[in-house]
Write a protein that binds this ligand. Sequence first.
Ligand code: NAD
Length: 499
Amino acid sequence: MQELTHYLNGAHVKGTSGRFADVMNPATGEVQAKCPLASKEELEQAVAYAAAAQPAWAATNPQRRARVLMKLVDLLNRDMDKLAEALSREHGKTLPDAAGDVQRGLEVVEYCIGAPQLLKGEFTDSAGPGIDMYSMRQALGVTAGITPFNFPAMIPMWMFAPAIACGNAFILKPSERDPSVPLMLAELAEEAGLPKGILQVVNGDKEAVDAILYNDVIQSVGFVGSTPIAEYIYGTGCAQGKRVQCFGGAKNHMIIMPDADMAQAADALIGAGYGAAGERCMAISVAVPVGEETADKLIAELVPRIESLKVGPYTSGNDVDYGPVVTAAAKANIERLVQTGIDQGAELVVDGRDFKLQGYEDGFFVGPHLFDRATKDMDIYKQEIFGPVLTCVRAQTYEEAIGLAMDHEYGNGTAIFTRDGDAARDFANRINVGMVGINVPIPVPLAYHTFGGWKKSVFGDLNQHGPDAFKFYTRTKTVTARWPSGIKEGGEFSIPVME
Ligand code: NAD
């Protein structure tokens, strides 16, 4: 059995707490590795290394720091296949999807190469008589981030790339379910020239998280994961005086207007609803067709597409649309919620409950499900299922449809499918959701824009990546300077002589 490590001060270090989590192969249901769960002391050791290394890194000019990220981009491209394979093996997503996970992180590393430009301060000449005023952005010091299982490459990079570009040291506490890729990323960063101690990986669970939250040296905490934990980390971290940003769960609605191209909308829903087995915070989990006729047409388009989805292990390559979910517990939770949908009266139009894959009977595969005629009060509508289950709620009017999305407690992403520019524009302006797609089902902003939801999908003020990340990982300092007047007679052109 492989025993994974932490990555501290430039070296793989075995866990000393004696506690481990099982890392599963979701396709086979077998335990493939043991992930060490750090104690408070192990976390404190990482903080000590980080605090020792950080001042010199912050004093390194931003261009040199950016060159490390430039090199890291090369190394990520070099090792793309290796990273994707390790990611699929622990997460279960298909290889092309895993490569996309790495790619979306890499793009933020690329963006952070612009750090010298992004960190430039402001200057006012002669703010008063003989007075200049300037502002600069300085690193926070030691920073930390806690990441979820579903994007084990992308989200760590979204955090550590801007953190280190700004001159901070960063301690990553990845998900204990798929910790191998984060460890590989830390190794690559060092190969790219990052000094030891600037990017460390401390594997762990709540104990390591609490050690981060209550550590006085750590200045900021970033979190991505489920909403209850986001709320806990935000509340606790802020009470400890830290800068905190937390991104939580989602229930993303896609509104389908009567004038939409129904085949196009159905294709979009298949990818956005079932891709990565629905384990994406930007997955579309609720379809809201406007009008009975639209709903009937949409369901007719969806059913054959869903029934022909290919579910299987990542080792089957491009022949698979989505893989298993991450753990037996995740599978059981999806099955439980599907049962509540049936019990509470939704119509199960595509029933994936009997799905079995020959040779992979112990894997955590879940067949695709489609519910129709769900209502607002049902658990399948209210809760995040995080599985291959699409729920259709029929609305009679556009106002009813937008009202549904507006009233839901989550506000991560949403989409509208229509040919009507006026409806699309009204939707984009009024909707209280952070990321909006117009005929785009998964509107994940690119690296140079910012990523973040509204409502219970976020706790904190600044978004991930884009210019917000450079604000989150720096503090502004403003200097007002006046110098006593000096001698201004100018140069002497005749040879000085002693008188
Ligand atoms: P999770 O909340 O279970 O775990 C996230 C992290 O928190 C992990 O590192 C985990 O070790 C840690 N953790 C778990 N329980 C904890 C506890 N009691 N105290 C302290 N720390 C704890 O989430 P997950 O299952 O890994 O990821 C899926 C969730 O993440 C979904 O809700 C999804 O919507 C959300 N997500 C959100 C975004 C976003 O940007 N909004 C992006 C990706 C995933």
